[in-house]
Write a protein that binds this ligand. Structure first.
Ligand code: SF4
Length: 353
C-alpha cells in the first residue's frame, strides 16, 4: 500500500497550479485509465487532483459550424449529441464503438485522448518496457505482438494507440486546447500525438501540469457524409485490429474531397494522407480505393505475428469508401484502376507535387 493524497479542484487555474507544483501528482478525471494503472502498479502518483468539478463539460457549436467539446464531456454525452450525430457521424460512431456503456458514461473526452497503451507488457509492471520504464527494452518486438502496430513504429516501441475517437478526430483536423503553467496553448491533432522514436514514454508534447481544456473540431460539411468502421476480434468491448474513419464528397462520379484516418495499425492515430492524395480527382471505383490503400501501407513494418493487419487495413479502407460512395461510382464492376487516375504517368499512385 502506498498513501495517495486526494483533493478536489474548484477552478481550472488552481488545478493546473496544484499539479504543476508537484511532479508526483496527476489529474483525475473519469479515472477509467488512471485507477486501472494504479491498481496494476504501473503508475505511482502520490497525489491526485480531482478535476471533475471543473466547468469543462460543454458541447458547443461554433459560429462557423464546428464544435467545441469540453475536455470533461463524457464519451456517452458526445456520442448522443444530435449536433455531433448530424454533422460528424464518424465521431459519434467511433465513441459508440469504443469501450463498454459503463466506461463511456465515466470516461472523459480529454482522458480518452490520453489513455495509455494496451500493450500487455506495459501493463504487467514487470516485463521490460521502454514506455513504462525508459531504457529497459521492448518486450513486444520479439514477443506477443498480434495486436501491435505496423505503421509509425520504432525499434523501441510498437504499441498501437488505443483510442477510437482520436482516429475520427484526426480525420477532421481537430485541435487540442490546453491550459498549462505557461498559459493557454493549442495543438494541431497530428502534432499532439508523438510517434515513439527513441522516447516512447513521451506520448504527447504537454508538460507536467498542462491540462486539456477542450477539443475543437472545425466546420467540415464533408463530414456529414462520414463513417467509422471498426474491425475487431469480437463485436463489443474490444480494441480495434484495424479501424477506418472516412468522409467523402463525390461530384459526377469523381472524388472531390476525402478524409481518411486509420486506427489499430499505428503508434498514433494515423492520418492516411497518401490515400487522400491518391483519391482526390480520381473516379469512384474499387480499383482506385484498393490502390490508394496499398500506397498508404507501403511502408508498413510488421512483426512475425501481425502482418495480417496490412491486408486487413487495405480491405477495411476499401470497404469504408465503398460504403460511403455506394451508388456514386462507375458501376462497371471491373474492379480495376481506371487508367492513370492522376495523370502522374508512372503508376506510382502519388499525386504530382
Ligand atoms: Fe512497452 Fe511499447 Fe514495447 Fe509494449 S510495445 S513493451 S508499450 S515499449
Amino acid at each position: 500500500m502506498r498513501p495517495i493524497s486526494y483533493s478536489r479542484a474548484t477552478d481550472t487555474a488552481t488545478a493546473v497550479a496544484a499539479v504543476s507544483a508537484d511532479p508526483t501528482s496527476d489529474f483525475l478525471a473519469g479515472g477509467t485509465t488512471e485507477i486501472d494503472l494504479l491498481r496494476q502498479n504501473v503508475l505511482h502518483p502520490r497525489r491526485l487532483v480531482d478535476i471533475n468539478g471543473l466547468p469543462l463539460t460543454g458541447i458547443e457549436t461554433t459560429p462557423e459550424g464546428g464544435l467545441r467539446i469540453g475536455a470533461l464531456a463524457r464519451m456517452s454525452e458526445v456520442a448522443a449529441s444530435p449536433t455531433v450525430r448530424e454533422r460528424f457521424p464518424l465521431i459519434s460512431q467511433a465513441l459508440e464503438l469504443g469501450a463498454s456503456a459503463q466506461l463511456r458514461h465515466m470516461a472523459s473526452m480529454g482522458g480518452n485522448l490520453l489513455q495509455r497503451a494496451r500493450c500487455s507488457y506495459y501493463r504487467d509492471a514487470v516485463s521490460p518496457c521502454n514506455k513504462r520504464d525508459p531504457g529497459t527494452g521492448c518486450s513486444a518486438v520479439e514477443g506477443f505482438s498480434r495486436g501491435h502496430a505496423v505503421l509509425g513504429t520504432s525499434e523501441h516501441c510498437i504499441a498501437t494507440h488505443p483510442s477510437d475517437v482520436a482516429v475520427a478526430l484526426m480525420a477532421v483536423d481537430a485541435r487540442v486546447h490546453t491550459l498549462g503553467p505557461q498559459g493557454e496553448r493549442a495543438y494541431e491533432f497530428d502534432d499532439f500525438f508523438l510517434p515513439p522514436g527513441d522516447s516512447p514514454h513521451r506520448e504527447h508534447p504537454m508538460e507536467h501540469g498542462e491540462l486539456i481544456t477542450a477539443i475543437e473540431v472545425p466546420a467540415m460539411p464533408l463530414a456529414r457524409h462520414s463513417l467509422y468502421l471498426k474491425v475487431r476480434d469480437r463485436e463489443s468491448y474490444e480494441f480495434a485490429l484495424v479501424s477506418v474513419a472516412a468522409a467523402v464528397s463525390v461530384v459526377d462520379g469523381t472524388i472531390a474531397d476525402v478524409r481518411v484516418a486509420l486506427g489499430g495499425v499505428a503508434t498514433k492515430p494515423w492520418r492516411a494522407r497518401r490515400v487522400e492524395d491518391f483519391l482526390i480527382g480520381a473516379r469512384v471505383n474499387r480499383g482506385n480505393f484498393a490502390q490508394a490503400a496499398r500506397v498508404e501501407l507501403i511502408e508498413a513494418r510488421p512483426t512475425r505475428m501481425n502482418a495480417f493487419k496490412i491486408e486487413l487495413a487495405q480491405r477495411a479502407v476499401v470497404r469504408a469508401l465503398e460504403t460511403l460512395t455506394d451508388g456514386d461510382g462507375d458501376g462497371d464492376g471491373d474492379g480495376g484502376v481506371h487508367g492513370d487516375a492522376h495523370g502522374d504517368g508512372d503508376g506510382s499512385g502519388r499525386s504530382p507535387a
